[in-house]
Design a protein around this ligand. Structure first.
Ligand code: ADP
Length: 352
């Protein structure tokens, strides 16, 4: 770098990490990278064994982009899915909180698969698990490993599991896991993606038998693409379906109440819920967003300027706003896709 600080920094405690990265001289490392390595050092000031042979910039990427210290989703933010919440609490949260009890016969599987249509709360559940279990949350999209990290995916995977190991208890959430552990042997399957898959399975194997407090959650909209090896490692498989009528009502109420915009009657909510059969949680959120624009659009149509508009001049969100929004926001999941999930659930799902 060309910039030389006017006061020579003695580095404070970001100084001497030379010994910690496999004897390689780290004078060339950015301060941000050094700080990041420092935070991962043990009480002895040494970098844990697992991280010593990893590239510092990958460790930094994991710490800054993949690791989320405060996922900030609570169980109560998630509509419906009572069954999934109950299963998850017993299967993975308790074991993370009380490893001393959950060993031997009670030792849990370390892999959980959440499958179902997109936008139904799988990522939210992953974050809530981390929150409830006071675990560090790591989020990675498997497709980014193959697209964005071409040729480096393997190294990034090693760094991911390495850092998670130092941040236990940890939850590693792998979105679109089908793209990593697919059974399809596409003709063009590159050597590199095969190696990536192998590396990933090796890492999973590594903590599966150990006493590590790490949970791997895979999420997918295409469970049928997973191969046998993937299914074997993701021992618990929970179907996360579209929201029920009650869950949809809850999402509408919850989002509008947060903004103080809720004025709908029970009957009106029922009407909206009947018109939104097949909408996902994420579709519902988009619907509420669009409907909540109704009062604003109407005020502006009456010629009030946006800069002069007073909040108290706007009417609450009404049923007609939702009817209008329903023309704009269509469900994103098709009926025949749902059949596929049901079938897969019957065959491979836990507690179907
Ligand atoms: P997935 O991981 O299943 O594709 P997400 O968990 O990312 O879906 O959900 C996307 C967004 O949709 C969430 O941020 C939330 O606003 C909304 N949403 C989806 N499912 C639910 C749910 N069950 N309860 C409340 N909000 C939901």
């Amino acid at each position: 770098g060309g910039f030389i600080p006017p006061i020579k920094s003695n580095g404070g405690n970001v100084g001497n990490v030379t010994s910690r990265i496999g004897g390689k001289c780290d004078d060339a490392l950015e301060d941000s990278t050094k700080r990041c390595l420092d935070m991962l050092c043990g009480p002895d000031g040494e970098l844990p064994e697992k991280l010593r042979n990893l590239e510092p910039r990958l460790i930094e990427h994991i710490s800054n982009e993949i690791m989320d210290r405060d996922p900030n989703v609570r169980w109560d933010d998630i509509a419906g899915l009572e069954h999934a919440k109950k299963c998850v609490t017993e299967m993975v949260i308790w074991p993370l909180l009380r490893p001393d009890i959950f060993k031997g016969c009670r030792s849990p599987g370390k892999g959980l698969l959440l499958f179902g249509p997109p936008g139904t709360g799988k990522t939210m559940i992953g974050k809530a698990i981390a929150g409830e279990a006071k675990a560090t949350f790591f989020y990675i999209s498997a497709s980014s490993l193959t697209s964005k990290w071409i040729g480096e995916g393997e190294k990034l995977v090693r760094a991911l599991f390495g850092v998670a190991c130092c941040r236990q208890p940890a939850v590693i959430f792998v979105d679109e896991i089908d793209s990593l552990l697919s059974q399809r042997k596409s003709e063009g399957e590159h050597e590199s993606s095969r190696r990536l898959k192998t590396q990933f399975l090796i890492e999973m194997e590594g903590f599966d038998c150990g006493s590590e407090q790490i949970l791997l959650i895979g999420a997918t909209n295409r469970p049928q693409e997973l191969d046998e090896a993937a299914r074997r490692r993701l021992t618990k498989r929970l179907y996360i379906p579209l929201p029920s009528t009650e869950a949809r009502a809850w999402i509408i109420r919850n989002l509008l109440e947060k903004d103080g915009l809720f004025k709908l009657s029970k009957e009106e909510i029922d009407t909206i819920c009947n018109m939104t059969e097949g909408y996902s949680g994420s579709d519902m959120k988009n619907l509420v967003k669009d409907a909540s624009m109704g009062p604003l659009r109407e005020a502006l149509k009456q010629g009030i300027e946006i800069t002069k508009l007073k909040k108290e001049d706007m009417r609450p969100v009404i049923l007609q706003d939702f009817k209008d929004a329903l023309q704009e926001v269509r469900p994103s999941v098709s009926l025949n896709e749902l059949g596929t999930y049901d079938e897969w659930n019957k065959q491979f799902g836990s507690l179907a």
